[in-house]
Design a protein around this ligand. Structure first.
Ligand SMILES: *Cc1c(COP(=O)(O)O)cnc(C)c1O
Length: 370
């Protein structure tokens, strides 16, 4: 796209740095199966994310599937329809039944006030999503989970590096899944991780991602293959060194967006920031309220597209409206999620986006909305 910008652009380390990181592989010939880089990245991320235990995976989706399998869940799992397809798919592909709970108007995360009414004798777990990196009500969810003896697995795909009161977001619940896909704020090209509190869960995850193999002569679980290879891990080691710069640049751009959209009635930035919260500025989600503006999200998207500015409807449609789910789950009542999905648009955000582009985007929106 000439002069155009996309909604995101994968961060890349300097080429020489990556080459230096992978050079040793031509001597070791150890390319996958928990190699030196894999193990080093695991250790560095455990520290960086402030979690007890962490296991790397080939991608975030498989990480979530194996997390649910490791907990040996049965029956129903409560989740949110306002997420990426991966979340409900991981539940259904584990033979579990998703039950969809509505979300909070303020930040799109699961509404704990409505969660309890959905718990039945069949419920075994809750899979909330820290959507856009906005933390769920982890305290409220924890209290409910304890009261009803439920497991909690967070889809933290968006929440890399987020901290609450100095605690790593991945330290809440029984497990959390992070995605390191190329479009995420930290990436390993494709990749992911599961964090967990229990060392026994870590052992289970380790086996499951390697065919359930316990040792040379024992296969103890019906696992699969989801190991992170050395080239992915090398990309992660490089990107982790530059992660601070990436976040700082994004923080400045988000502040610019906030300024540029300030005072526009019916336009709301769906990002949590504030004391006690270390945000990661993974996305720039903006909610456009058609009832106030008189114009809709799709119109705004079109205006921007005409000037070469790419945006995304994250997340639309709701999972309950997918062709593969609507027959079974289309009756779920989630009016807030429906309203947000109808009005949300994520705007371009990546560290190398010029500030002038942010001003241009805000200008186009102002012109169209006022
Ligand atoms: C990206 C994403 C995933 C899946 O991660 P992959 O690494 O792409 O497999 C899961 N959940 C959410 C909310 C995501 O955005």
């Amino acid at each position: 796209m000439a002069n155009g910008v996309n909604v995101t652009r994968s961060g890349m380390p300097p080429l020489e740095e990556y080459i230096e990181e992978i050079a040793g592989l031509w001597e070791s010939h150890w390319l996958t199966n928990m190699g030196e880089k894999h193990n080093r990245l695991e250790a560095e991320l455990t520290r960086y994310l402030k979690v007890d235990n962490l296991s790397l995976f080939s991608n975030g989706h498989m990480a979530l599937e194996f997390a649910l399998q490791a907990l040996e869940l049965k029956g129903e799992v409560i989740t949110t329809p306002f997420t990426f397809a991966s979340t409900p798919h991981a539940i259904v592909r584990n033979g579990l039944t998703p039950v969809f709970c509505d979300v909070r108007e303020e930040n799109g995360t699961i509404d704990v006030e409505q969660l309890e009414a959905l718990i039945t004798e069949k419920t075994s777990a809750i899979v909330p999503v820290h959507v856009y990196g906005n933390p769920c009500d982890v305290v409220g969810i924890d209290a409910l989970a304890r009261k009803h003896n439920l497991k909690v697995v967070y889809d933290a795909a968006h929440a890399f590096g987020v901290e609450l009161e100095g605690r790593g977001i991945g330290s809440f619940g029984d497990m959390s899944m992070f995605s390191f896909h190329a479009t995420k704020v930290f990436h390993t090209v494709e990749g992911g991780a599961v964090c967990c509190r229990e060392p026994a869960h870590l052992k289970a995850l380790y086996k499951l991602k390697n065919f359930g193999i316990a040792d040379a002569e024992h296969v103890v679980a019906v696992g699969g293959n989801s190991k992170m290879n050395e080239f992915q891990a090398a990309m992660g080691l490089c990107n982790l060194r530059h992660h601070g710069e990436e976040i700082a640049a994004r923080r400045r751009l988000v502040a610019r967006y906030r300024q540029g959209l300030a005072g526009l009635e019916g336009v709301r930035v769906l990002l949590d920031e504030g004391p006690g919260l270390k945000s990661n500025y993974a996305y720039m989600p903006v909610f456009f309220d058609e009832a106030v503006l008189g114009v809709n999200r799709d119109g705004i998207m079109e205006q921007l597209a005409e000037r070469g500015i790419g945006t995304r409807k994250y997340f639309y449609p709701l999972a309950t409206d997918y062709d593969c789910y609507k027959a079974d789950y289309g009756r779920a009542k989630t009016p807030v999620a429906r309203r947000i999905a109808a009005g949300v648009l994520t705007l371009p955000l990546y560290s190398q986006l010029p500030e002038g582009k942010v001003e241009e985007v805000c200008g186009i929106i102002r012109e169209y909305c006022v």
